[in-house]
Design a protein around this ligand. Structure first.
Ligand SMILES: [Fe+2]
Ligand SMILES: [Fe+2]
Length: 364
C-alpha cells in the first residue's frame, strides 16, 4: 500500500489563514488556532455557550434518591436503573471518543475548539452517571457489572459503536500515513461518523431522557432528574452543533453526500427501529404513569424527523405535536424542531469553500 506523508502537529503547508476558507474536515490539519478569520461563527457561539453552561457532576444532592432506590415503586426503580445504565455507557463512549475519533479529520479551528469542549463536558456527563450509581444504588459494584453486561443496552448502542469504530480505524490509517485526509475513504467515514453522532445526540439520548424525566415527574428521583436535566441541556446544544455541521458537510462534500445518502437513510431507519425495540424491552411487564411504549415510540419518531429533515428524506406521515409535553420543561424544543431561519444557517459561511451545487440538486 502506498504511504502518504504524515502531517506535522504544526502543519506549515496550511494556507487557509490567507483567505479564511477553512473546510470543516478532511483538508489540512489545524495549524494556528485562527480566530482572526472566523468562517463558522455559529459554531464558535456554541463553543462559548457550552463553556458558559459548565457545571459539576456532584453539585446536586442525591440523598433522597438513595432512599427512593430502596422505597419507590420497584418498576420505577428498574426503569430508572436501566435508563441510567444505557446513558452511562453511551456517554462514556462520547467522553472516550469524540475528540480522539474526529481529530485526524478536523480542519477548522472552530470544530477543534467545539469538539474539545464537548468532549470535556462528556467526561462530566459520564462522571455524573458514575456518581449517581455510587451515591444512590445499594450495590455500586453490582451496578458496574450489570452496566457492562446489560445485553439490551449493548444491542441498543451497538450500531453507534460500529460506525464510530470504523471512524477510529480510518482515522488510524490517516495518522499512519496509509491514506490521505481527503481520500474518499476518509471523507465517507467522516460523513457517516458525523451523522452517527447526530443520531446519538438528537434521538437516542433524547429518548432515554424522556424516561428519566417521566419518572422524575412522578415525584421520585428528583435529584437524578435535576442532574440529568443538566446533561440534556448540553446534549441539546451538541445536537444543534451536529445539525449545523451535517448541513455544511452536505454542501462541502456533495460527491460523498450523493454516494452515502442511501446509507444515511438506512442508518436513521435502523436507529429508529433499535429505539422502538428498546422501548418494547423497557415496557415489557413494567409501566410508568404518564409514559408508555406508544408515547415513547412517537417521541422517538418526533426526534428522528429532525434528522430526516436535514437530509431531505420524506418518511410520509409526520408527528406535528410534541407527544411528551413535559419534555418542553427540560428541553428548549423551539431550537430542536425545524425553525424557518435554520434552513438558511449555512449562509453564515463566509468564503468559497461551500460547493456551488444547489440545494435542489441534493434534494435538500
Ligand atoms: Fe453526553
Ligand atoms: Fe453530547
Amino acid at each position: 500500500m502506498k504511504e502518504f506523508e504524515v502531517k506535522s502537529v504544526f502543519d506549515t503547508t496550511n494556507e487557509y489563514y490567507k483567505d479564511g476558507n477553512y473546510p470543516l474536515f478532511c483538508g489540512n490539519p489545524v495549524a494556528l488556532m485562527d480566530m482572526v478569520n472566523s468562517p463558522y461563527p455559529e459554531l464558535f457561539k456554541l463553543y462559548e455557550s457550552q463553556m458558559a453552561q459548565s457545571w459539576r457532576w456532584d453539585e446536586i444532592n442525591l440523598s433522597q434518591d438513595r432512599m427512593d432506590m430502596l422505597n419507590a415503586n420497584p418498576e420505577y426503580v428498574e426503569l430508572m436503573t436501566d435508563t441510567i445504565m444505557y446513558q452511562w455507557t453511551l456517554d462514556s463512549i462520547a467522553a472516550n471518543a469524540i475528540l480522539p475519533m474526529f481529530a485526524p479529520f478536523i480542519s477548522s479551528p472552530e470544530v477543534n475548539m467545539l469538539f474539545t469542549e464537548i468532549t470535556r463536558i462528556e467526561v462530566v456527563h459520564s462522571l455524573s452517571y458514575s456518581h449517581i450509581v455510587q451515591q444512590t444504588m445499594p450495590s455500586p459494584k453490582e451496578a458496574l457489572e450489570k452496566t457492562m453486561n446489560l445485553q439490551e443496552s449493548l444491542t441498543r448502542g451497538g450500531k453507534i459503536i460500529e460506525v464510530f469504530d470504523h471512524l477510529a480505524i480510518v482515522g488510524g490509517k490517516i495518522r499512519a500515513g496509509l491514506i490521505e485526509r481527503d481520500s474518499d475513504e476518509a471523507r465517507e467515514a467522516l460523513f457517516l461518523g458525523m451523522v452517527n453522532l447526530y443520531i446519538l445526540e438528537r434521538m437516542s439520548f433524547m429518548s432515554s431522557f424522556a424516561v428519566t424525566f417521566a419518572i422524575s415527574e412522578l415525584g421520585v428521583f428528583q435529584g437524578i432528574g435535576s442532574l440529568v436535566s443538566l446533561i440534556a441541556r448540553d446534549e441539546q446544544l451538541h445536537a444543534d452543533a451536529d445539525k449545523i455541521i451535517c448541513k455544511h458537510l452536505v454542501k462541502q462534500m456533495p460527491d460523498v453526500y450523493k454516494k452515502v445518502r442511501p446509507h444515511i437513510e438506512q442508518m436513521i431507519d435502523e436507529a429508529v427501529q433499535i429505539e422502538l425495540d428498546w422501548n418494547t424491552y423497557l415496557f415489557d411487564g413494567r409501566s410508568c404513569v404518564g409514559l408508555n411504549k406508544t408515547l415513547l415510540d412517537d417521541w422517538v419518531k418526533y426526534m428522528a424527523q429532525d434528522i430526516y429533515d436535514v437530509f431531505g428524506f420524506d418518511k410520509g406521515s409526520r408527528i406535528e405535536e410534541n407527544p411528551l409535553p413535559y419534555m418542553d420543561f427540560y428541553l428548549d424544543l423551539g431550537s430542536t424542531q425545524k425553525a424557518p431561519q435554520e434552513s438558511d444557517i449555512v449562509d453564515y459561511l463566509i468564503g468559497g469553500v461551500e460547493s456551488t451545487l444547489g440545494d435542489e440538486e441534493l434534494d435538500f
